[in-house]
Write a protein that binds this ligand. Structure first.
Ligand SMILES: C[S@@+](CC[C@H](N)C(=O)[O-])C[C@H]1O[C@@H](n2cnc3c(N)ncnc32)[C@H](O)[C@@H]1O
Length: 564
């Protein structure tokens, strides 16, 4: 503003400097459009993507936006087109204008239903007649596409923004999914809404392009039952990483909220995970290729140890039973190699998995056959049966427990690496399974044996350590595990009190530990809306935290030891 030395920096973007508050205030109107924690970048490999405009701390909200389009999921029985609740034939009410069934007159008047209502009146000429409730209905397969097409006339600025999004039309050509859409979406729309073709000149390619945009940029929104789908504008530019640095949540009104999960340096891409980060490398990469049309080369995929976690590795099967090595693919970026995909015999000829410590190697095909067998065993496992889970963990991971197994397994050399994704899957289920019997969570935990309680604690701690390293942006999973751990600490402390009588020092230590766990829950889940299970856990954690503070206060007043 004045050319004087400027020591004060804009806290929003960190890129503008001022001599003082006064000139910063005067400049705000001009600076505001440029002041954002994110900016757009582009590369030949990734297309457009967002980067941090300045150094960002963990937990900063970088994006919050309402959807460009939202719609029911493609495969669904008839649902209300405003609230997405499943409809029953006896209670559904046809919209008086267009005939689409809705749950109430209020929902029929809801602006969310306007796009298809208008298109049905203007481009079809007669009302819809949906029957056959209770089974997936083909008419809903086209709804997201129809709502996108409705933007053309009604909201041309949004339509233009939608068309700027990636559709991968070329890569989708002749894929089974596109062939299915050609029949189930394109032909349906052109037949049911003929004036779209005859008057508006909408072509098959136009519709397929919209299908591509929905496939590449769509998010599943868990706020309704069944979950619906939505496409966002700016958030669509977030690139993918299997170790994402941003976490996404949805607000009650359907806004997408993106915040950093770890500190992010200025210029670094902001990333979310497009696939299931709890799958192994080969399966994640295969899924990304099939659904988003790129082979991921992120830091996690490129590192065969998956950041030191050995998440996809096997233990060394060589003659030396003490070899501490892990068997991993020679080239983790080789295409294919998920246990569920490909022909093990064909893949096996081309690639090898190698021990990290000795010269043992295995053809990829043999590794995949082994893994496929474990995968089949896992798919048959009843995860509600704690004993069956423990046997699985002992059989394939060599896990030892602070409790006896009823069915003793002969101890063999474990086949899977300590953190292998199959073992992690079962440990996650078991950590939550412990304590679910009984009327409520409190009763459930009280019914656990000391050994089971200790095992639950060990599982939560191990899983949290792994998640922090491998998937820091999995806020929901981490938050729920911290909540489980807090419950274990509370129960353990109650048992200690019963066994050993009141001990203010031990009580203070365990209250402080519980407070630490609950603070983590609140921090991780603070963007979760109250209607989701995680939002309910957040509410409970906040209540428990308040009670804890009161307890710590009471303890301080009674014996003067607790920090306040
Ligand atoms: C939701 S869009 C992201 C925005 C897109 N880059 C654009 O220019 O519109 C997803 C697409 O971006 C590209 N992409 C995202 N993350 C990537 C990554 N880590 N490596 C390579 N391509 C990536 C892929 O083409 C993917 O299908």
């Amino acid at each position: 503003m004045c050319g004087c030395p400027a020591g004060q920096r804009c806290a929003g973007c960190g890129a503008a400097y001022y001599c003082g508050k006064e000139h910063q205030k005067l400049h705000w109107k001009q600076h505001k459009p440029a002041c954002s924690p994110i900016k757009e970048s582009r590369s030949p490999e990734m297309g457009r993507f967002l980067v941090a405009a300045r150094n960002l701390a963990a937990g900063e909200v970088v994006l919050r936006e309402t959807p460009l389009v939202e719609a029911p999921p493609p495969s669904t029985p008839p649902v209300c087109l405003a609230c997405y609740r499943t409809l029953a034939e006896a209670t559904a009410k046809d919209c008086p204008r267009c005939g689409w069934p809705m749950c109430s007159a209020e929902c029929a008047d809801n602006p969310k239903h306007r796009p298809e209502c208008r298109l049905t009146v203007q481009k079809r000429g007669n009302k819809m007649n949906i029957r056959n409730f209770g089974l997936p209905h083909p008419s809903y397969q086209c709804m997201a596409t129809l709502r996108c097409l409705a933007l053309r006339d009604a909201q041309p600025a949004k339509w233009r923004r939608l068309l700027e999004l990636e559709s991968h039309c070329e890569e989708r050509r002749d894929t089974p999914r596109q062939e299915q859409e050609r029949f189930g979406v394109v032909q349906f729309i052109l037949r049911v809404f003929p004036k779209l073709r005859d008057e508006d000149k909408v072509t098959e390619d136009d519709i397929l392009r919209v299908c591509g945009i929905l496939q590449v940029n769509g998010h599943e929104v868990p706020l309704s039952e069944p979950p619906h789908v939505a496409v966002y504008d700016r958030s669509s530019l977030l690139a993918h990483s299997c170790r994402a640095n941003c976490a996404k949540s949805f607000s009650s009104s359907g806004e997408l909220v993106v915040r950093t999960a770890v500190p992010v340096q200025a210029g670094e891409p902001l990333t979310i995970c497009y696939t299931d980060p709890m799958w192994g490398t080969a399966a994640r990469r295969q899924h990304l290729q099939e659904t988003k049309f790129f082979w991921c080369r992120c830091e996690r995929c490129s590192d065969r140890t998956e950041l030191g976690t050995y998440f996809s590795a096997l233990t060394c099967p060589g003659e030396n039973p003490d070899c501490p090595g892990a068997i991993m693919p020679d080239d983790p970026l080789a295409e294919g190699g998920a246990p569920e995909d490909g022909d093990p015999d064909v893949l096996g000829a081309a690639q090898y998995w190698q021990c990290s410590q000795c010269d043992i190697s295995m053809p990829t095909g043999s590794v995949l056959s082994l893994l496929r067998r474990v995968g089949e065993d896992l798919s048959e496992l009843d995860k509600d049966d704690a004993e069956a889970c423990r046997i699985f963990l002992q059989r394939y991971g060599g896990d030892e427990f602070p409790l006896d197994l009823k069915e003793k397994e002969e101890m063999r050399r474990p086949m899977l690496s300590r953190n292998h994704f199959y073992l992690t899957d079962v440990r996650l289920a078991l950590a939550q399974r412990y304590g679910q019997d009984g009327g409520d969570a409190l009763q459930g935990l009280r019914q656990l044996t000391d050994g089971e309680l200790a095992h639950k604690r060990q599982l939560c701690r191990d899983l949290l350590k792994l998640a922090e390293r491998l998937v820091p942006a999995e806020h929901r999973m981490r938050g729920l595990l911290w909540f489980e751990l807090h419950a274990v600490e509370a129960e353990a402390s109650r048992r200690r009190g019963l066994d050993q009588g009141p001990d203010p020092d031990a009580l203070r230590v365990s209250l402080l530990e519980s407070r630490r766990c609950l603070s983590e829950v609140v921090n991780l889940l603070r963007c979760e809306p109250p209607e989701l299970p995680e939002g309910k856990v957040l509410r409970q954690a906040r209540l428990n935290l308040q009670e804890l503070e009161q307890l710590l206060c009471a303890l301080h007043n009674a014996v003067g030891v607790a920090p306040l």
